[in-house]
Design a protein around this ligand. Structure first.
Ligand SMILES: NC(=O)c1ccc[n+]([C@@H]2O[C@H](COP(=O)([O-])OP(=O)(O)OC[C@H]3O[C@@H](n4cnc5c(N)ncnc54)[C@H](OP(=O)(O)O)[C@@H]3O)[C@@H](O)[C@H]2O)c1
Length: 247
């Protein structure tokens, strides 16, 4: 962690790289975009809300960062495909793709696993799982040896941890996302594309709530590490605080 913090502070670690971050107008996605841009990356911020997206881009541009805003609902496969076509006209490759967009529905917080509401599960999977699937499939032509995909997952999707049953739809979505990370990593290994899942910690955002343990700016080290670590065959892993954790 200390080495990663030094690398972030010294700057330039992502100079010349292009990064695409979904759900980048707020919370952890915004903090990741800010850190990557500060390190020299050109950042494409994918946002759902045009006002919040414009505000995020303005704040980063004022700091001198090279950022651009693209609006998309990641659960809309056609929109994501169109967006990839638009971006392919301006970028020859994406070096770092961060699937961060996510939802944690209020109804899920009160939903027992024995009586799930299909609609709550479907709306959760539409963003947390299918969103990542759409983005990875659509942007696949822009991934090359050295590119990396970082899926923002959660220890709530960790099957090796005993569940307290809270929020079954969210848990399901993150377990499924982790499974997809493993499949995709195996598929892309021969092309030199690294794919990993990570837990950002319990973070003070709209999803984490005000009682969470850390601020979004303090939740970016693992993403930064995964974006900047040397190319490796050790991919398809689950990370937290720059360490590998169990699935
Ligand atoms: N906070 C935590 O403690 C914690 C812990 C573990 C994992 N995570 C994960 O971290 C990621 C970021 O969450 P956060 O905590 O930073 O909460 P957040 O501030 O609510 O961020 C979620 C982002 O996803 C965007 N989004 C939601 N639905 C979308 C869609 N259909 N298409 C495109 N973008 C969409 C949101 O945009 P709008 O605001 O416009 O809806 C928002 O920018 C999520 O995947 C979450 O599951 C968070």
């Amino acid at each position: 962690m200390r080495r990663v913090r030094r690398s972030i502070a010294s700057g330039g670690a992502l100079e010349g790289k292009a990064a695409l971050i979904t759900g980048a107008s707020s919370g952890i996605g915004f903090a990741i975009a800010k850190a990557f841009a500060k390190a020299g990356a050109r950042c494409i911020l994918i946002a759902l809300d045009p006002v919040a997206g414009a505000r995020a881009v303005e704040e980063l541009s004022l700091e001198g960062s090279r950022v651009e805003l693209c609006l998309a609902d990641v659960s809309d496969a056609r929109r994501v495909r169109d967006l990839s076509g638009e971006i392919a006209g301006r970028y020859s490759r994406i070096d770092v793709l961060v699937n961060n967009a996510g939802v944690f529905l209020d109804e899920d917080r009160a939903m027992p696993a024995s009586r799930v509401d299909d609609a709550v599960v479907q709306r959760t999977l539409a963003v947390n799982l299918f969103g990542a699937l759409h983005v990875c499939s659509a942007f696949d032509p822009l991934l090359f040896a050295g590119s990396r995909i970082i899926n923002i997952s959660s220890v709530m999707g960790q099957l090796s941890r005993r569940s307290d049953g809270y929020a079954p739809a969210y848990r399901l979505s993150k377990s499924a996302l982790n499974s997809y990370t493993q499949s995709l990593a195996a598929d892309l290994r021969n092309r030199g594309v690294m794919v990993d899942s990570m837990h950002p910690g319990w973070v003070k955002t709209a999803i984490g709530g005000p009682q969470a343990e850390i601020d979004a700016e303090d939740a970016i080290e693992t993403a930064f590490y995964l974006a900047t670590r040397p190319p490796s065959d050790a991919t398809g892993l689950f990370w937290w605080d720059c360490e590998i954790i169990r699935w």
